[in-house]
Design a binder for this molecule. Structure first.
Ligand SMILES: C[S@@+](CC[C@H](N)C(=O)[O-])C[C@H]1O[C@@H](n2cnc3c(N)ncnc32)[C@H](O)[C@@H]1O
Length: 381
């Protein structure tokens, strides 16, 4: 995985945020093919992931096809655990499916469950019941901890309001769990397990949520990755995110139109920065409404109707190219996510305790962040 990422470092670092063909596309001879993709194919690529389409296109440049094949083989892992959806008090149906899948995968034999980033504690309670052991859920948001304590209190389960750091007190008899433990919290769990030999059940998410600009690898097999690049590993294709491709394209068009208007007003923004004062759903509205919010939030005078019309037309033209040029980088989302997961697995392998395994815990429709690192309890401890 690290070799694959080394070979596409230029693609990872340039996210095709303008209609000019990225240099990596020009150098590899991909531009004409990408430009020529018809709208229907583009939409299928965005809905399912471009790797599933481009790997089978005989007319695609061979190196693009090869990359698609490699990305598809990473994405081919299938969910192993059945999602039974048994009752878990007050959890949403999708959360219930995630928790039941993890209950089925949980290693047996630990003395205690320690939940990193327990949220409202659905997994903490479920694993305590499943494994018949005490459990403690650490969560930094106090109000959420109060909510967790109020749901189905159980004398075996405790919740502590605490921001976890490297001083977390765990030992080799614990099972360290995290369901969608974001960024640095996942690394913390792995480091605690690698030094103590504790068992692990970790479904990571949001690898870009790190305190600094760069994530240092935990193992010799890993690579340093910037926060910006890591954001790609959190991507959900339209079908996984539960939105239609057209809806997603409409929102991106409004974002791009706003960036063009802001640039005309002398405010340059990096992709994402345009959202100041506007939430995701509000990008569904017309460019005039979006601009009113974005300009209002910055205390700028509103653009004229004519400027908005011009920005709309230019955004549509440019967006058509940008969507096509974005496809190769999009294919790297799952390999990148996998690279971080494998770095963590390698850190466990190099530390104390049994070797870990990486599985797909539940279908992407339940949550696209569905990879789990699991390691059994150390019988020889
Ligand atoms: C995405 S939520 C998942 C919550 C829960 N595990 C679930 O699946 O419903 C991640 C949680 O981790 C908590 N968190 C993040 N970093 C933390 C830290 N260093 N210490 C304690 N809690 C943390 C956040 O407040 C958030 O509630």
């Amino acid at each position: 995985m690290a070799t694959l990422l080394d070979a596409v470092g230029d693609i990872l670092h340039d996210r095709a945020a303008t209609p000019t063909p990225p240099s990596w596309s020009e150098e590899r001879g991909w531009t004409a093919f990408l430009r020529g993709l018809d709208d229907a194919t583009l939409e299928v690529c965005e809905a399912r992931g471009p790797e599933h389409v481009l790997a089978d296109r005989a007319d695609a440049p061979p190196s693009l096809r090869a990359l698609a094949e490699e990305a598809r083989s990473v994405a081919a892992l299938r969910a192993l655990a059945p999602a039974t959806g048994a009752a878990v008090a007050k959890a949403s149906p999708k959360k219930r499916d995630q928790i039941e899948a993890l209950a089925a995968l949980a290693p047996r034999g630990a003395r205690r469950v320690v939940d990193f980033g327990a949220g409202r504690g659905h997994l903490t309670r479920r694993l305590a019941a499943e494994l018949g052991v005490d459990a403690v859920g650490f969560e930094r948001r106090e109000a959420v901890v109060r909510a967790a304590r109020a749901i189905a209190p159980d004398p075996r389960v405790a919740f502590e309001a605490r921001e976890l750091d490297a001083d977390v007190d765990v030992d080799g008899g614990d099972l360290l769990v995290g369901l969608h433990a974001c960024g640095a919290l996942g690394d913390l769990l792995i480091e605690a397990a690698a030094t103590t030999g504790a068992a692990v059940l970790l479904v990571p998410c949001c690898p870009q949520k790190i305190p600094g600009e760069v994530r240092a690898p935990l193992s010799a097999a890993g690579r340093e990755l910037s926060r910006e690049v890591l954001g790609l590993a959190n991507l959900a294709h339209a079908t996984e995110a539960g939105t239609s491709v057209r809806e997603a394209a409409r929102r991106r068009l409004a974002r791009h139109g706003l960036r063009l208007l802001l640039a005309e007003a002398g405010v340059e923004t990096r992709p994402g920065e345009e959202s100041l004062g506007i939430n995701r759903k509000q990008f569904r509205r017309s460019l005039a409404e979006v601009a009113a919010r974005g300009f209002g939030a910055r205390g700028l005078p509103l653009p004229t109707e004519d400027a908005i019309r011009r920005a709309e037309a230019r955004a549509a033209e440019e967006q058509a190219l940008m969507r096509r040029f974005a496809l190769p980088r999009t294919m790297l989302a799952r390999p990148l996510e996998m690279a971080v997961v494998l770095d963590r697995a390698a850190a466990l392998e190099a530390g104390r305790g049994p070797a870990p395994e990486v599985l797909v815990a539940f279908p992407a429709s339940v949550s696209p962040r569905n990879l789990v690192i699991r390691r059994a309890c150390d019988q020889g401890r």
